[in-house]
Design a protein around this ligand. Structure first.
Ligand SMILES: [Zn+2]
Length: 329
């Protein structure tokens, strides 16, 4: 995974703007990096804060000075990073209280202080209020960088205290070219599966998740042939060492592929088993589309709804899947 945003072509214009603003001393004390997840928001935030703390001039960190070395070692006294934690993946008031303590100390490396707060939409109400106090009375020479996938979910008062920097998604062409350059095979399918997250696509590739695709196909066929019960398949999928989201996106891709073929398109047929595509071939496209939507909705819920029982949801989906395919007979 490239660590410099200079290797993410879609972020380069933003980085150039930030550098310019820094050199003109027009960087505000709090920035909110908002946009799609997995476009490099974490890398951009880290690079920005590293450059801010670096002893050399400019926003591009030198990588050599004492400050850069301390940051690389994870022991910089003037850097504080907060992330969601616990089963609920929330940012709680205890974490935010560290900011006040941290702010009260003088910068030890003499180059200001930097605070990174990732996934700011995960702040609970008390934590958000505590953060607001810090943003309203910002400590001197301190840079706050917040990242957030859904800025509209943040408290309006927090949003208004930060300057929003909207991070763009790469275009499909740009993303596929970039992923291919990183050595990703089947870049188009991975790009589709991640719904526009190039870093997620790269991560899934690095974790070799393509090896699971034939297994998912076998399982989907096995439920249609009544060789496997939906409950058995759902339990097996949940036992695998990977999240369920890629399976749902891959499955949605199958339906997408089928509707494209119905419309006479070519697409990436090699990613999906022909036998499976044949089973769907005569279904009306509106029914395929409805199920496609159902898959993507569940995928979105998996990442954002707490206390959710994925195995039951997947089982229900597999029951609907069998019903859908059998309905054409
Ligand atoms: Zn440096």
């Amino acid at each position: 995974m490239p660590s410099s945003v200079l290797e993410y072509p879609w972020l380069q214009p933003i980085w150039a703007q930030l550098q310019q603003r820094y050199e003109q001393q027009r960087l505000p004390h709090a920035l909110l990096l908002g946009g799609a997840q997995g476009v490099g928001e974490r890398q951009l935030a880290q690079q920005l804060l590293q450059g801010f703390l670096c002893r050399e001039a400019g926003l591009q960190a030198c990588g050599q000075c004492r400050s850069c070395q301390l940051l690389a070692a994870g022991s910089h006294p003037d850097f504080l990073a907060l992330q969601p934690e616990g089963a609920q993946q929330s940012i709680r008031i205890d974490s935010v209280r560290q900011i006040s303590e941290f702010s009260a100390n003088t910068a030890q490396q003499g180059h200001g202080k930097a605070i990174l707060l990732e996934s700011a939409e995960r702040l609970n109400v008390q934590a958000a209020n505590a953060l607001l106090k810090n943003l309203e009375e910002p400590p001197a020479n301190t840079l706050f960088v917040l990242t957030c996938t859904h800025p509209q979910q943040l408290m309006a008062t927090i949003r208004s205290r930060c300057q929003l920097v909207k991070l763009p998604k790469p275009s499909t062409e740009q993303a596929i070219t970039w992923l291919t350059e990183q050595g990703v095979k089947q870049a188009a399918l991975l790009w589709f599966m991640t719904q526009g997250s190039p870093l997620q696509a790269l991560q899934w590739h690095e974790q070799d998740w393509q090896q699971y695709w034939p297994k998912w196909q076998q399982d989907l066929l096995a439920t249609l042939e009544a060789e496997q019960l939906p409950q058995q398949v759902a339990e097996r999928w949940q036992g695998w060492p990977l999240p369920l989201t890629p399976i749902l996106h891959w499955w949605a891709g199958l339906l997408h592929q089928c509707t494209r073929q119905q419309l006479g398109g070519q697409g990436e047929a090699s990613h999906y088993d022909e036998v499976l595509l044949q089973r769907l071939h005569r279904l009306p496209s509106e029914r395929l589309f409805a199920f496609y939507r159902q898959l993507l909705e569940l995928a979105a819920q998996l990442g954002s709804v707490a206390n959710f029982n994925p195995a039951m949801a997947i089982e229900a989906l597999l029951i609907d899947w069998v019903r859908l395919v059998k309905s054409q007979r």
